[in-house]
Design a protein around this ligand. Structure first.
Ligand code: SAM
Length: 253
């Protein structure tokens, strides 16, 4: 198995593939000030196995297009949707988020939790702008420094892993520069990382290693995850995911 297959194998059976939480998804929806009873076309970009997609199906008149690069995640989402009887509210689309096939002004809401980093925040919010209807809402969570300064060990680690990591004020400035009016922001609390993401992942390590013959490649993935978790434990006051909620405005884009 190559590294991608191993990562899919580690994450496919998880409820979520990144930090987040149902209460936080509802909170973002509340801050978005959308009429939740209205017919809403929503795209969930980088949906994974669909933690947020499935929650959004609870909106009575929403239709959600769930996009992910990996069909394996979308298959899992479809199984979950079938189990909860919401298949008719979603359609899945295996596609890269930098090559989306949507027409201009298709969506009332663009949703993306813990995924825009795959193409970078600035490129994502700039390229996706045209898919929103006028006045449509963007909700994205993005790795964010929560303080102006930080110890060099964590600064170096994340600057190498994700060079676009920035403070919320910088990210909000980017939104303002690319045709959005920010209307809300909050920081994902610790349980979104620990209880909802890292702990369940740690519980899967042994079976993952057994399934993959304890191969060097599988062990390297576990070691990398353990390093990320240890750094989070040491430095969690300095970063989190920020959740950004912004309304599309017409502007120089
Ligand atoms: N939103 C999900 C959640 O919060 O549980 C998944 C977050 S996970 C950290 C990032 C997701 O982005 C994965 O499901 C991954 O397959 C997907 N992804 C990676 N590169 C992508 C790309 N170029 N286009 C679309 N999805 C991509």
């Amino acid at each position: 198995m190559d590294e991608y297959q191993l990562l899919l194998d580690l994450h496919k059976n998880a409820d979520r593939q990144g930090p987040g939480g149902d209460a936080e998804t509802w909170k973002a929806l509340d801050l978005a000030q959308v009429d939740t009873s209205a017919p809403l076309q929503i795209a969930d970009i980088g949906c994974g196995t669909g933690a947020s997609t499935l929650l959004l199906t609870q909106l009575p008149n929403a239709r959600i297009t769930a996009v992910d690069l990996f069909p394996e995640f979308l298959d899992e989402l479809e199984k979950r949707a079938a189990r909860t009887g919401v298949t008719d509210k979603i359609s899945t689309l295996p596609c890269s988020m930098d090559n989306l096939p949507f027409d201009n002004e298709t969506f009332d809401v663009l949703w993306s939790e813990g995924a825009i980093y795959n193409i970078g925040f600035t490129k994502g919010i700039r390229d996706w702008h045209r898919f929103l209807k006028p006045g449509g809402i963007l909700v994205v969570s993005e790795l964010t420094w929560t303080t102006g300064d930080r110890p060099s060990e964590i600064h170096t680690y994340w600057a190498e892993e994700y060079p676009e990591i920035e403070t919320a004020s910088a990210k909000i400035g980017i939104l303002e520069n690319y045709g959005y009016a920010p209307i809300g922001y909050f920081v994902l609390p610790e349980h979104c990382w620990s209880a909802n993401y890292y702990q369940p992942m740690q519980n899967r390590f042994k079976e993952f290693l057994d399934r993959n013959g304890n191969s060097d490649a599988a062990r390297a993935i576990v070691e990398a995850e353990k390093k990320e978790i240890a750094l989070y434990e040491s430095y969690k006051t300095y970063y989190s995911y920020g959740v950004y909620i912004a309304r599309k405005v017409e502007g120089p884009n």
